[in-house]
Design a protein around this ligand. Structure first.
Ligand code: ATP
Length: 363
């Protein structure tokens, strides 16, 4: 799968291209000059906080709205003015928009019925899609409102697939679902993507959700795509403090470049060793993820070390997170439960990290 995706990324024409796409609401640019190519078969997720322009963007991609300027190309053909029902795409909404008084089978067969397919063929296809979506065959005649939230989610996806679209859009379909089921459905959706080979374009405000499922993620802020990359790139090489803070807890240290090639912490004046691949800048932030911070026996055990006091500890299942107070600042350190550590609350501790485990960002 990964190899196939890598080939797609280099060989094929994009299924969807956005060229300087903008959407103005009065003087406000809800989507501001977006350029991106989506590769056929890709699972591309647009992630961003509330109001960043995700819905506006996906509505334009799906043909429910038109850009104020710029072009949307489907396999090289401009489709700005093509209405939603003429596009080879389908949207799965958070509300699911199922027909409440109909059966699972009737809901899934709806697209086939409006296309005029005969009932026997419709049923065969509906049952195939139910197998793909792990819905028991016995559900075919079940009223859709008697299904659980997760099952309804699968029915909505089966119905979307029955349209046989080239691109499926997902507008926060899992946001109303409880945590445990959401985690299961995220993985299922990724499996279904793999099995169908369709292009999935998904929006969510949760970078954690995006990380689990996506081939690539585009992070939006104030109408702009501020970074596009694989989940690994977004996690390990965020280009800004904004992107770095979007997933999990991070330690963000305001720093200034000292004349001797080192960094100086803005609050304490303490010098730190920068990562090898550090961008040129006068001042910015050093980001260190909690799992790269560790407790040290002595300050010489890591490139960078800070002395502090153990303030609190939080059990996170397989990991334990610690808060360490260093002067006025709180640092978050995370370690696996099985790693030995005997520190107690209020103990003096030394925490540290290797220079190349830090990420330097200029904003
Ligand atoms: P959320 O996660 O809350 O759904 P979003 O990232 O999807 O947010 P949008 O709904 O696309 O963000 O909104 C982007 C900006 O455009 C916001 O400032 C919003 O107020 C504005 N906006 C969206 N639709 C309209 C509209 N029809 N008229 C005027 N302004 C709008």
């Amino acid at each position: 799968m990964l190899q196939k995706h890598a080939n797609l990324m280099t060989d094929s024409q994009p299924i969807l291209s956005l060229k300087s796409v903008r959407k103005m609401f009065g003087p406000h640019a809800a989507v501001d000059t977006i350029n991106i190519d989506i590769t056929e078969g890709e699972f591309f997720t647009i992630v961003g906080p509330s109001g960043s322009g995700k819905t506006t963007l996906i509505r334009m991609l799906a043909g429910m709205d038109q850009p104020t300027s710029g072009d949307i190309l489907l396999r090289g053909t401009r489709i700005n003015d093509l209405p939603a029902n003429k596009r080879p795409t389908c949207m799965v909404f958070q509300s699911l928009a199922l027909f409440p008084h109909r059966t699972v089978g009737q809901n899934i067969e709806f697209p086939l019925k409006i296309r005029g397919e005969d009932p026997a063929k419709r049923k065969v296809r509906a049952l195939q899609l139910m197998t793909l979506l792990r819905l028991p065959e016995s559900y075919y005649g079940k009223n859709v409102m008697k299904c659980s939230g997760g099952e309804r989610q699968r029915v909505a996806l089966a119905r979307a697939l029955a349209y046989d679209p080239q691109i499926l859009f997902f507008d926060e379909p899992l946001s109303a679902i409880d945590y445990k089921l959401r985690k299961t459905l995220e993985k299922e959706l990724k499996d279904i993507h793999r099995e169908t080979n369709k292009t999935f374009i998904y929006i969510t405000h949760s970078l954690e959700e995006a990380m689990v499922m996506s081939d690539r993620i585009g992070v939006m802020r104030d109408g702009k795509l501020v970074q596009v990359g694989t989940p690994h790139e977004i996690y390990t090489a965020p280009r800004s403090r904004f992107v770095s803070e979007f997933v999990g807890d991070v330690n963000v240290i305001p720093v200034t470049r000292a004349g001797n090639g080192r960094l100086r912490m803005n609050d304490s004046g303490r010098e730190l060793v920068p990562p090898g691949k550090a961008p040129e800048f006068a001042s910015g932030h050093l980001v260190v993820r909690p799992e790269y911070l560790r407790f040290l026996k002595q300050t010489s055990d890591a490139d960078n070390a800070l002395e502090g006091r153990l303030y609190n500890e939080y059990a996170l299942g397989s990991r334990i997170q610690y808060q360490v107070r260093v002067g006025e600042n709180v640092f978050v350190v995370e370690k696996l439960r099985q790693q030995p550590f005997s520190g107690k609350l209020d103990d003096k501790v030394i925490i540290g990290w290797d220079a190349n485990d830090g990420i330097l960002v200029s904003e």
